[in-house]
Design a protein around this ligand. Structure first.
Ligand SMILES: *Cc1c(COP(=O)(O)O)cnc(C)c1O
Length: 378
């Protein structure tokens, strides 16, 4: 099946007991057994739930994977994955990952003895230079957040595999519509389904997908043992959102391209970062490894923080809010909002400067969006 068909049909079947075409919300904690241990495949909803199972199979299919697992948030997904490791293990992580991922690694799992190196993996030689005897895994996000640097999946995963490192790729920004890291040899793909996959700003959720049977066995164990599972209702909502994922991603990108070009031509803008612009230093790489450039744009406004603050207060259609990937456009200030958990000196070294603004371009008409930015600049 092609992607547009998979979002509607992969893992989804009419309910056998009623014929309901939409997956029912199995709002139940437990399941009645015929005789001790004799049941229909469901015992307790932390372990497995029919609504969740459909979502897990659907997301797995969208990523071209065999095994999918859903969690109560993107961070819960990452936290569960971290339990694949032990104290003294070392993980190499891309340096401008999602702020909450950085916080989880640096301020939570580090206290349990897991060690991390945060390095710029847009330069592949930084991987080899940071491998230690106890290095077990590489954690990648591409494009990175908020600087939209592109990491060469083929190169990094290829180099990591030679050293037997587990490759985990957070694919939230691209969504499975534009990029499938498993095709590049990644072991696990991670999503915050809160973002593009659900796409309607009404659920917090997460998922991961793998093709590796042994890894799937461990993840199934951890999902049940840790218990950070999503509710049946949230699974239903995400399944509902997924049905329009292909259509939404097309429009997110069309609008983002138009807005990126507009910003690039504006005299009050110092620099626009969008992988779809030829001015992006890795535009060619982005074209090579993904089928599109997504809906996220970062730009630096001239005039530093005072100018950024004023601008953020003035947009109307672009709502000032954290998060991304919803149908409505959002604007935010990484240094103060999403990436505040990263210390200022590290932030500035990365390029998350005070004039940096991030846009999640939604599905409104692109002309209205451009006019909104225009009046905010004025
Ligand atoms: C939001 C986000 C997360 C965390 O997901 P939650 O659902 O908010 O816990 C992880 N990675 C990326 C890239 C994100 O944008």
């Amino acid at each position: 099946m092609k992607f547009e068909t998979k979002v509607l049909h992969a893992g989804i079947h009419p309910d056998p007991s009623t014929g309901a075409i939409m997956t029912p919300i199995f709002q139940t904690s437990t399941y009645v057994q015929k005789s001790p241990g004799k049941h229909l495949g469901f015992e307790y909803s932390r372990t497995a739930n029919p609504t969740r199972k459909v979502l897990e199979e659907n997301i797995a299919a969208l990523e071209g994977g065999s095994f999918g697992f859903c969690f109560s948030s993107g961070c819960a997904t990452a936290a569960t994955l971290m339990h694949l490791f032990q104290s003294t293990d070392h993980i190499i992580c891309a340096d401008d990952v999602y702020g909450g991922t950085y916080r989880l690694f640096e301020n939570v799992f580090k206290d349990f003895g897991v060690n991390y190196s945060f390095v710029d993996l847009s330069d592949a030689k930084n991987l080899e230079e940071n491998i230690k005897p106890k290095t077990k895994a590489v954690w990648i996000e591409t494009p990175t957040n908020p600087l939209l640097k592109i990491i060469d999946l083929k190169k990094i995963i290829g180099a990591a595999k030679k050293k037997n490192l587990l490759c985990i790729v957070d694919n939230t920004f691209m969504s499975p519509y534009f990029q499938n890291p498993l095709n590049f040899g990644a072991d696990v793909v991670v999503h915050s389904t809160t973002k593009f996959i659900n796409g309607h700003s009404d659920v917090v959720g997460g998922a991961c997908v793998t093709n590796n049977k042994e890894l799937a066995r461990q993840l199934y164990f951890l999902q049940n043992a840790m218990g950070a599972v999503p509710s049946p209702f949230d699974c239903f909502l995400v399944l509902r959102g997924i049905k329009t994922l292909a259509l939404r991603m097309q429009r997110h990108e069309e609008n983002a391209m138009a807005i990126a070009q507009y910003l690039e031509s504006h005299k009050k803008v110092e620099r626009v970062i969008y992988p779809g612009l030829p001015s992006h230093p890795q535009h060619e790489l982005a074209k090579k490894q993904a089928r599109g450039f997504g809906g996220m744009i970062s730009f630096i406004i001239k005039g530093g923080f005072p100018a950024a603050k004023k601008f953020l207060e003035k947009t109307k259609l672009f709502s000032l809010a954290e998060s991304l990937g919803g149908v409505e456009s959002l604007i935010e200030h990484p240094a103060i909002m999403t990436h505040a958990s990263i210390p200022k000196n590290i932030r500035e070294k990365l390029g998350i400067v005070d004039g940096l603004i991030r846009l999640s371009v939604g599905l409104e008409h692109k002309q209205d969006l451009q006019e909104d930015l225009q009046q905010a600049f004025s």
